[in-house]
Design a protein around this ligand. Structure first.
Ligand code: ADP
Ligand code: MN
Ligand code: MN
Ligand code: MN
Length: 368
């Protein structure tokens, strides 16, 4: 929280780093939350490949048993650090086990293989991350003490006191994302008071999930300074309050050019056939959100429609009019692992990893 500590800290922030670089390694734990720890480097790396592998105690994060607790961090992408600035960086890392297998909660590895196998289809994603702010006592942020705000209506994209809360936290996060080079495409206040959304994308392939995870890290980290808690739960409050989702917008190159609508329709019929399989990867407690109310479709059956916010998948009106573009999968919950969601999306609409590729991969891995 802002205090006299801030003023005291300021004088230390001016101290020269003597050429050293602080690298904050970020990874995803067993609960789908970010964890991080910092390493001093002798010089600024130019890419993730320049960075050393590192490790942490997986028994403290639910990622490994106590008797074999080392989990390895393999750097996969680097971003300028908006908190420390200068040459300091944030290092997105994959988690690997001691025996050379990907950690159980490392869903990036499989996703990256799928994205690589279908790289020539140039799949783009745009994810709309909804989330809810809570105060230090676990109450929705800035809600009236001992009561409830007026019913939903004025809050979505609201302007003015009593309609929006925590604009300072949201602004800090937005600017942190821009500084880090995250492809954040916008923000808006949501339907429930103290619920907000940011969008990342369009991003091609594996970059979508990488950048969404970094944007989540930056949000938790910025909100920490304000003493505000971030919840990614899809139904943080019961009652007549909207839940939180991660609408996933998708297009292949073929969908984005004239005649693209037939490719969108083909994708939708493939999605309809795997509705249940997709839902299994679309976030926990999503059944509390996908009720058929509050701008959601029920979980029971797959549906799609132009401009229909009560369907599983919406085709934006402008896309229907032009005959090409993208579609929006409205089913994913706010707490998804985007590696799982973008991974199964590509598997369903572009196909599984072809055998030929798998054997090539295998040959490469065993030959070196
Ligand atoms: P909504 O109208 O559902 O609230 P938003 O504007 O919040 O939509 O989010 C739409 C997202 O879709 C943005 O992240 C945007 O970058 C992304 N997007 C736009 N065009 C494409 C495309 N062709 N393929 C994939 N994603 C796209
Ligand atoms: Mn949106
Ligand atoms: Mn929204
Ligand atoms: Mn949407």
């Amino acid at each position: 929280m802002v205090s006299e500590h801030t003023a005291i800290l300021a004088k230390y922030l001016e101290l020269p780093q003597k050429g050293k670089v602080m690298a904050e390694y970020v990874w995803i734990d067993a609960d789908g939350e970010c964890r991080s720890k910092c390493k001093t480097l002798d010089k600024k790396p130019s890419s993730a490949e320049d960075l050393p592998e590192w490790n942490f105690d997986g028994s403290s994060t639910g990622q490994a048993p106590g008797h074999d607790s080392d989990v390895y961090l393999r750097p996969v992408a680097i971003y300028p650090d908006p908190f420390r600035k200068g040459d300091n960086i944030i290092v997105l890392s994959e988690c690997w086990n001691n025996d050379g297998t990907p950690n159980k909660f490392n869903h990036r590895h499989e996703c990256a293989k799928l994205m690589k196998a279908h790289a020539d289809e140039k799949v783009w994603f745009g994810i709309e991350q909804e989330y809810t702010l809570f105060d230090e006592f676990g109450k929705p942020y800035a809600w009236p003490k001992g009561g409830f705000p007026a019913p939903q209506g004025p809050y979505y994209c609201g302007v003015g006191a009593g309609k929006v809360n925590a604009r300072d936290v949201i602004e800090a996060h937005y600017r942190a994302c821009l500084y880090a080079g995250v492809n954040i495409s916008g923000i808006n206040a949501e339907v429930m008071p103290s619920q907000w959304e940011f969008q990342v994308g369009p991003c091609e392939g594996i970059k979508m999930a990488d950048e969404l995870w970094i944007a989540r890290y930056l949000l938790q980290r910025a909100a920490e300074e304000f003493g505000v808690k971030i919840s990614f739960h899809p139904k943080p409050l019961t009652g007549d309050w909207n839940g939180a989702g991660c609408h996933t917008n998708v297009s292949t190159e073929a969908m984005r050019v004239a005649g693209g609508m037939k490719h969108i329709e083909a994708a939708l019929s493939k999605l309809a056939k795997r509705h249940k399989e997709h839902l299994l990867l679309y976030g926990s407690d999503n059944d509390q959100r996908l009720t058929g109310r509050h701008e959601t479709a029920s979980m029971e059956a797959f549906s799609s429609g132009v401009a229909n916010r009560g369907a599983s998948v919406r085709i934006p009106r402008s896309v229907a009019k032009e005959g090409y573009g993208y579609f929006e999968d409205r089913r994913p919950a706010s707490n998804i692992d985007p590696y799982l969601v973008t991974g199964i999306m590509v598997e369903t609409i572009c196909g599984p990893i072809p055998d030929a590729d798998m054997s090539k991969e295998f040959a490469r891995e065993t030959s070196d």
